[in-house]
Design a binder for this molecule. Structure first.
Ligand code: PEP
Length: 243
């Protein structure tokens, strides 16, 4: 049986108090057949969680340690305490911009789950790797080295060259990658690997969502720019509902 679709928004470094009204608009219109979450800047998590009780609010990163001298970082229990129910780990903007290795991503995922947060673990290849024909092998190895011992809620395949560029891989390339990642998840977790949501991320828009959701083993999407407004995000959620 196919997994229920899961569409998560990643607001990155966007949003302020005035954005709570947009979050309320999104939460109020979510159809019953899709799981939806918004991963917000830390400054908005508590306000949003109060404004839309029962709707999944997440963070975008977490520290692997529970406390200590880590200026600017947040521990998993702090995100949970603020009202988050999930967190993204291993986004390429963290891996590249903050030099996060696979082992760090794995440790973050373990810390998040220990604090009761669901995890969306991101993997993806650069354009150079894609052009060298090494995307599936590279991303599979990245997943193997990043996965914690207990199944994560979701893995997001996000080709780095597709994020924020308007480019997406061919549907056949998405299918190939998701089949390979599903095999890695089953190798790691046995039957439970089939239940990990495999999300595609990178320039998902209202105009391409339905065709992406129709690809085998695509269980939803991680959406950046198009998650910032109800006008863009809700048609993507509705495409997931209809898939
Ligand atoms: C992302 O950063 O997770 C993402 C998928 O961004 P965008 O949808 O804007 O490409």
């Amino acid at each position: 049986m196919p997994n229920r679709k899961f569409v998560a928004g990643n607001w990155k470094m966007h949003g302020s108090a005035a954005s709570i009204a947009e979050i309320v608009r999104i939460a109020a219109a979510v159809p019953s057949g899709v799981d939806v979450a918004l991963c917000l800047p830390s400054t908005l998590i508590e306000r949003a969680a109060r404004a839309v009780p029962g709707f999944a609010i997440g963070g975008q990163d977490v520290h692997a340690e529970a406390k200590g001298a880590f200026t600017g970082d947040l521990a998993a229990h702090m995100l949970h305490d603020a009202g988050a129910s999930l967190v993204i780990v291993g986004h390429s903007e963290r891996r590249d911009g903050h030099a996060e290795a696979d082992a760090t991503v794995r440790a973050k995922a373990m810390a998040a789950m220990a604090a009761g947060l669901d995890v969306i673990l991101c993997v993806g290849e650069s354009l150079a790797v894609r052009e060298a024909g090494a995307a599936v092998a590279t991303v599979s190895a990245q997943l193997d080295a990043s996965l914690p011992p207990v199944p994560v809620r979701a893995v997001a395949y996000e080709p780095i060259w597709a994020i924020g560029t308007g480019l997406i891989p061919s549907l056949a390339d998405i299918a190939d990658m998701h089949a390979a990642l599903r095999a890695r998840l089953v190798a790691a977790y046995g039957e439970a690997g089939h239940g990990v949501r495999l999300l595609y991320g990178g320039s998902v828009k209202p105009t391409n969502a339905a065709e992406i959701f129709a690809v085998a083993d695509v269980d939803g999407a991680l959406v950046g720019g198009a998650s910032l407004t109800a006008a863009d995000f809700l048609p993507i959620v509705e495409a997931a509902q209809g898939a």
